[in-house]
Ligand binder design. Sequence first.
Ligand SMILES: N[C@@H](CCC(=O)N[C@@H](CS)C(=O)NCC(=O)O)C(=O)O
Length: 202
Amino acid sequence: MSYRLYYFPIRGRGEQIRVLLHALDVPFENEHVNGERFRELRSQQPPPLDFAALPMLEDGEFRLVQGPVIMAYIGRAHGASPSTPRQAARAESITLAAEDLRMQYFKLFGDDAAAKQAEFLDGPWTNRWLPAFERLLESNESTQHFVGRDLTFADAAVWDVLDAFSTYIEGASVKGAPGLQAFYDDFAARGSVAKYLGARPA
Ligand SMILES: N[C@@H](CCC(=O)N[C@@H](CS)C(=O)NCC(=O)O)C(=O)O
């Protein structure tokens, strides 16, 4: 039975999961949850959504929420999670950092979006986040990955949040961090990822 991913019909917090599944060539079904369906899911008893929020991954009878944990679950199930406890913890730590950055990203819309975005790009984006990710890549044994020598779920999590900024925040790019830029480009060029990116809706 293939996975079923429940998320709104946008990229948001669901996209890192879609990108990871494509990177691993793992088949899955998207359930694009509209407002009415979301209300229905929230009103069902017992509630399928533990915390009344999406994304949710269904794996047969098993349902899992919390994006970063879904990423780790898929990684562990499909050989994209480090084998030692320390390296696995590093991958989780980096995935949660990507989520921290994503939370900053969500705050950059709405009232005064242009001013908030410019301030973030001049400040934390340049001074904190790009150097942190660049440093992690440089200190890893392979500069193509964040942890170890092979693809892990942390790579997909970081790639996706960088992609959200690059796509939707005017002026955001990873050009100032050459190692990160190379990682970003290499990840997007992976066969199954490139195929998905070429076909996904805007
Ligand atoms: N920590 C959770 C956050 C989940 C979350 O806040 N999801 C949002 C969409 S990105 C949601 O369902 N919002 C609808 C609502 O809270 O009513 C995760 O990473 O999955």
